[in-house]
Design a protein around this ligand. Structure first.
Ligand SMILES: *Cc1c(COP(=O)(O)O)cnc(C)c1O
Length: 394
């Protein structure tokens, strides 16, 4: 199989798995225990905290381990909202293209009296800093804009948004799950107050992530129980997972420029060749996009059928976000950049990793072209478009 769904999840790197294994076998201690096996686990967790902090230019005491991106997103937002409630600041600014872990948390807050402003991302899928500035009010407690989008790969002007938030004294949280381990992230330089990351998006294990909380920013816990994670996240530490997160992140950071160069070469080849298909169009900004993201709409076909046929051809791809496939609603991200419903349904997302080769990409190009042509031949919609009964949109 050729795996091109790395925004959905990634393969655990061999070096990561090898580093994790001892923590299931002989080093299975509970980091809260006082005996030596427990104390070794404690040391390992704290060493991981230091390395994870270093990777984003934070301090160890600003990192809390969680069960992944969704939990980190929930905790960041619910925590700031709780502070907002205390100070009677119940307005939040976000974008229309956030991950559901963010959007659904905000929906819950709207039901309990918060007001949320959803910023436009225009046709290129990017928030405008001016809009952020203009939407901040006296009662705004949080600005929450993702670092990079999981569907269309667009990279937001995080540093500039952070700057505006600092000036206006509003907490700035960014869901950086698609960015950490893929592109440079520096929480100090980029004026970030809170950030979430997830190991399985950069060749680490599923079910472990972290939240960065700048010193001085209050954090409330989501999960009650023991005193783990300095009282902010109860539950026996996932020691093997935390080690996996650390090693995966160190590897990703160490080889980042090499990986970026490799991915961009493959990405640009895919984009160039796939856009030769008539009535196709790239989703999201051409330049300000993740090195591993390709997302293209093909008019007159169904993304679902495209995925199934590509699967038969040995290619794992995605259409819109993995979380919404199975639902009939087109992706909220594609709608937000102005794609009409019927066009949004014909989207194909190919997300690369360091493991993909040029040979694989050549094969993918050939097969996508073949499958798109095949589907269009059978499509009544395409027939109407060709006969002029229906107007082409792209
Ligand atoms: C995958 C993803 C999440 C969720 O992370 P999990 O670790 O799977 O819970 C959140 N935000 C973005 C942008 C993602 O891509």
């Amino acid at each position: 199989m050729i795996y091109l769904d790395n925004a959905g999840t990634t393969k655990v790197d061999k070096i990561v798995l090898d580093a994790m294994l001892p923590y299931f076998e002989e080093e299975y201690g509970n980091a809260s225990s006082l005996h030596s096996i427990g104390q070794h686990a404690r040391e390992v967790v704290e060493e991981a905290r230091a390395e994870v902090a270093k990777a984003i230019n934070a301090s160890s005491d600003e990192i809390y381990f969680t069960s992944g991106g969704s939990e980190s997103d929930n905790q960041a937002i619910m925590s700031v909202a709780r502070m907002g409630e205390i100070k009677n600041k119940k307005h939040i600014v976000t974008s229309k293209i956030e991950h559901h872990a963010v959007l659904h948390t905000l929906k819950k807050l709207e039901k309990s009296g918060f007001e949320v402003t959803y910023l436009d991302v225009y046709e290129n899928g990017i928030v405008r800093v001016e809009d952020v500035k203009n939407s901040i009010r006296d009662d705004t407690c949080l600005v929450c804009v993702m670092f990079a989008n999981n569907e269309i790969g667009t990279i937001q002007p995080v540093k500039e948004i952070g700057q505006v938030c600092r000036e206006k004294k509003v907490t700035f949280f960014t869901d950086a799950v698609q960015a950490v381990g893929h592109i440079p992230v520096d929480v100090v330089d980029m004026n970030i107050d809170m950030l979430s990351m997830s190991a399985h998006k950069f060749h680490g294990p599923k079910g472990v992530g972290a939240i960065y909380v700048r010193r001085g920013v209050p954090l409330f816990n989501l999960i009650e129980g023991g005193t783990q994670e300095r009282n902010k996240r109860a539950g026996t530490e996932n020691v093997a997972g935390i080690v996996g997160l650390k090693v995966a992140l160190m590897e990703a950071v160490k080889n980042m420029y090499c990986t970026i160069k490799h991915e961009i070469e493959l990405r640009d080849l895919l984009i160039k060749e796939l856009l030769k298909v008539s009535h196709s169009s790239l989703n999201g900004d051409e330049m300000k996009r993740l090195p591993n993201n390709v997302n293209i709409c093909f008019e007159g076909i169904e993304g679902e059928s495209l995925l199934l046929l590509l699967d038969d051809e040995g290619i794992c791809a995605s259409s819109g976000s993995a979380c919404t496939s199975g639902s009939l609603d087109p992706s909220h991200v594609l709608l937000a950049i102005g794609r009409p419903h019927e066009v949004a349904h014909g989207s194909l997302r190919l997300t690369l990793s360091k493991f993909n080769t040029k040979q694989e990409i050549m094969e993918v190009i050939e097969k996508v072209l073949k499958v798109v042509e095949h589907l269009r031949k059978m499509s009544p919609v395409w027939d109407e478009l060709e006969k002029g009964v229906r107007k082409h949109v792209i």
